[in-house]
Design a protein around this ligand. Structure first.
Ligand code: GDP
Ligand code: MN
Length: 423
């Protein structure tokens, strides 16, 4: 699910006729200072990340002056929220809050609904999960019809919105449904809709996610990879996505797991299947190693696709080893993996003499596959161990072998002359 930042979502709300606070996004504290100066009033500084609960985490702060905004931004830009580094802040005019409301629309695929489900509550500002059930008003949205203004009036009135605000609130609700449709959203949440002390209703926050299959219709969103990403995609991720995008034969999913390239213990991680990936990551973490990337080649991909994924994994300069985590008895013909790895490792290992590789692969055509690996990798300057179904349930063993090879690699790497074969 491709997510948008709050500041992007708010632009789409504004284009749809919903009032938002005056504000601009900033990537540095200096820029935040400039934005606050331009706004010329006290501001709110808000971390732009794809997680909620920023308020509670101290990632939404108020600042009275541009200097304060700069200081606050320095702190927020240095934060990490649930593992998401903060790269941008939204600086917007501070609102004087009288009351907060909740509005959410989600694509509800459950059998009972199969339509967008709208939720509205007079108890906004907190997460919807903690709002009492009798305070949430739900409405199924007929997609082609949208939500006509008079239906929105009905809803707002049943929810207890006072008469003087009814038309304005109904306008927001009905326009939000239009935005949801126009931008192909899966989720559109405005929490809170803020009633200011001056009596105006303004979208205080915006969480928006777009249907992956529709992103091509929305160049205005700048989504390069239609997938849920923990941060803006890196070059590595873009190259990885290129493999998947251009070849639909089986899946070849690869993405970065960490932006840290300076610590040690990172492994080029290549799993066969999602379950195998989880087992493999556990195996690594139990011995204190970390996957530099996530990768999964399954669903019977062709060798050329697996080869491209392996090459991308091996392009990471900081990895200390390579693990093929085939922790499953695959019914796909595993020799495609064997051929792919032989080609990739034959090209890459001469550049990294002594590089540790633990290759586990089991299932259909296993014997032939192991044979292809053994033959094909013979004589390469790596520390390579190859395992089959005897070890498919033995994640402890595979993890320990990876660690042992890395230790050996490091010891040898320090010996004189070991690097000579490089360049
Ligand atoms: P979330 O915690 O990630 O959902 O971030 P929100 O954008 O919803 O902000 C959390 C809370 O911060 C809101 O519910 C408000 O109570 C408060 N807040 C956000 N912007 C302002 C503002 O401009 N003025 C004031 N007084 N409070 C704000
Ligand atoms: Mn919110």
């Amino acid at each position: 699910m491709a997510r948008l930042f709050e500041y992007q979502g708010k632009e789409f709300l504004k284009a749809g006729g919903i009032a938002i606070p005056v504000g601009e996004v900033a990537s540095t504290a200096q820029e935040a200072h400039e934005v606050a100066f331009r706004i010329g009033k006290p501001v709110a500084v808000k971390a732009q990340v794809w997680v909620g609960g920023r308020g509670k985490a101290g990632a939404v702060k108020l600042a009275n002056t541009p200097e304060e905004a700069e200081k606050t931004s320095t702190a927020i830009l240095g934060m990490e929220l649930k593992g998401f580094p903060v790269r941008k802040v939204l600086v917007e005019e501070m609102l004087n809050i009288d009351k907060e409301y909740y509005l959410g629309i989600i694509a509800d695929g459950s059998r009972e609904s199969r339509c967008p489900m709208l939720m509205f509550s007079t108890e906004g500002g907190m997460e919807i999960e903690v709002v009492p059930e009798d305070k949430i008003f739900r409405l199924k949205i007929d997609y082609p019809r949208g939500l006509p203004f008079y239906d929105a009036l009905d809803l707002a009135s049943s929810a207890g919105i006072p008469n003087r605000l009814l038309r304005e609130m109904a306008g927001i609700i009905s326009k939000a449904v239009e935005v949801f449709k126009k931008r192909d959203c899966n989720i559109l949440e405005i929490n809170p809709i803020i009633l200011t002390r001056e009596g105006k209703l303004v979208a205080g926050d915006c969480r928006m996610a777009i249907d992956d299959n529709s992103t091509f219709r929305h160049p205005e969103m700048g989504i390069t990879i239609p997938r849920e990403f923990p941060w803006e995609p890196t070059d590595f991720d873009r190259v990885g996505w290129g493999i998947e995008e251009t070849d639909l034969r089986g899946s070849g999913f690869v993405m970065r797991m960490s932006l840290d390239e300076t610590s040690s213990g990172y492994i080029g991680f290549h799993a066969i299947g999602g379950g195998a990936a989880m087992i493999g990551m556990d195996a690594l973490s139990r011995v204190g190693l970390k996957p530099a990337n996530f990768a999964d080649t399954s669903g019977n991909p062709v060798a050329s696709k697996i080869y491209r994924v392996a090459k991308v994994i091996l392009s990471q300069p900081h990895i200390e080893g390579y693990m093929l985590a085939g922790f499953m008895i695959g019914n796909q013909e595993q020799w495609h993996h064997a051929h792919a790895l032989v080609k990739a490792l034959r090209e890459e290992l001469p550049k990294r003499p002594g590089f540790p590789c633990v290759l586990l692969l089991a299932g259909n055509k296993e014997e032939e596959s192991l044979q292809i690996l053994k033959e094909g990798l013979k004589g390469l300057p790596g520390l390579i161990e190859i395992y089959g179904s005897q070890h498919v349930e033995d994640s402890d063993f595979i993890g320990k072998r990876m660690l042992a090879l890395i230790k050996e690699y490091k010891r040898k790497r320090n010996q004189r002359g070991f690097y000579d074969a490089r360049v």
